[in-house]
Design a binder for this molecule. Structure first.
Ligand SMILES: Nc1nc2[nH]cnc2c(=O)[nH]1
Length: 382
């Protein structure tokens, strides 16, 4: 695991700080994507429903159809800015390609289930069911990527879960019209299924990312996944009359008119890409459980977004839920920060010559990223 470069100590220091800066830069960008994407997609989905949009297929399709947008950050660095020597889409092995397609199909089914569940169940019920998702993410990441359960991550998962349970219990029981028992059960199983699939998606991605060493590759895999998910959604739509339904909805149902409808749908397509790209990047740069925690913690931001933009009521239970969420998330991030400082100190104490990094589970990708930049730097110098 250790690489000993024939470089002078000062050069080595330089490279280390460069790597660290690059890592922090990528982490920052990804979190901004996740943040902006999550808040705006939740606001826009609500906008769509408030103005009488109700198509399950449209909700499914917008979550993945924006994949061509990812081609911009993939191709620009190589062809326009010339700041990367790596040719886009050159690192796929058949194995990685097949795995990406399979995970993409899983994501497609998840998107479909979540849209179906949302259309049958009251918002409060579906949020309640989805609040179990983070616990499953932790459990599955213990099984799949040998994540260690620590006080820090367990504490955070419990606080965030409590926070989302409270939120769901405290929200309005706006029962959709004509909710029969059968429909309730369909909605129930779709939503639980979506939660489980998403909880599986995160550690499975982490496992696959352990075979790759480059952030560009993460985006490229994301394109492949989203193409697979879009193919599934498009096939479903074509088979079930989703396209005529979309057209009819734009012309007759959406109460702000056709133009506003297409703008809403298209902007939603963009915001969903930010969500999924941000999630994938966070999982690659940290771990599946940290990625899941970062996503879930944004629920509080979505609630605040609703309060600011739509004037939703904000009192009692929502306040408690938000406090729990912010508390849980901040203590997690602070704990991670302390651990990172500790590790850096340990490394310094071990001396420069010996570049042995003891990998804890959490650091895995940090180290990965370091290695990747090392590989790139080495390639550039040869
Ligand atoms: N099941 C599920 N699907 C998602 N798609 C985007 N976010 C989520 C999530 O939190 N859960």
């Amino acid at each position: 695991m250790s690489t000993s470069n024939p470089t002078t100590p000062s050069n080595e220091e330089d490279q280390k700080s460069k790597k660290n800066k690059r890592y922090k830069f990528l982490l920052g960008i990804n979190y901004i994507c996740l943040f902006v994407g999550s808040v705006s997609s939740s606001l826009l989905s609500k906008f769509y429903f408030v103005h009488k949009g109700s198509s399950r297929w449209v909700s499914t399709w917008v979550q993945c159809a924006g994949f061509p947008l990812l081609l911009i950050p993939i191709f620009l660095p190589h062809y326009l800015f010339k700041c990367s020597d790596r040719k886009p889409f050159s690192g796929f092995t058949p194995r990685i390609l097949i795995l990406s397609v399979l995970v993409g199909l899983m994501l497609g089914v998840n998107n479909f289930l979540i849209s179906w569940g949302n259309s049958y169940l009251p918002v409060s019920t579906s949020s309640l069911l989805l609040s179990s998702q983070l616990i499953f993410t932790l459990l599955l990441s213990v099984i799949i990527v040998k994540q260690r359960i620590t006080f820090q991550n367990l504490n955070c998962v419990i606080l965030l879960t409590l926070s989302s349970v409270l939120l769901a219990v405290g929200s309005h029981h706006d029962k959709p019209q004509g909710l029969t028992r059968a429909k309730y059960f369909i909605g129930f199983f779709c939503t639980v299924g979506a939660g489980l699939l998403f909880a599986l998606y995160l550690p499975v991605m982490e496992k696959i990312y352990r075979e790759i060493y480059n952030y560009g590759m993460v985006m490229e895999m994301q394109v492949v996944m989203e193409v697979a998910a879009t193919a599934l959604a498009t096939a479903g739509m074509a088979w079930d009359g989703g396209f005529p339904e979309m057209r009819r909805e734009s012309l007759e149902v959406f109460d702000l008119g056709e133009k506003a409808y297409w703008v809403t749908v298209m902007v939603n397509v963009v915001t969903w890409q930010l969500v999924f790209m941000g999630t994938a990047g966070m999982v690659f740069l940290t771990s599946s459980i940290t990625g899941g925690i970062c996503m879930t913690a944004l629920l509080a931001m979505n609630v605040l977004g609703g309060v600011v933009v739509y004037g939703d009521a904000f009192g009692g239970v929502k306040v408690v839920s938000t406090v729990l969420c912010v508390w849980g998330f901040c203590s997690y991030v602070y704990g991670m920060y302390l651990k990172m400082k500790d590790d850096e100190k340990d490394k310094e104490n071990n001396g420069n010559g010996e570049d042995l990094i003891v990998m804890s589970n959490k650091d895995h990708h940090h180290h990965h990223e370091m290695e990747m930049v090392e590989v790139n730097l080495a390639a550039n110098h040869v």
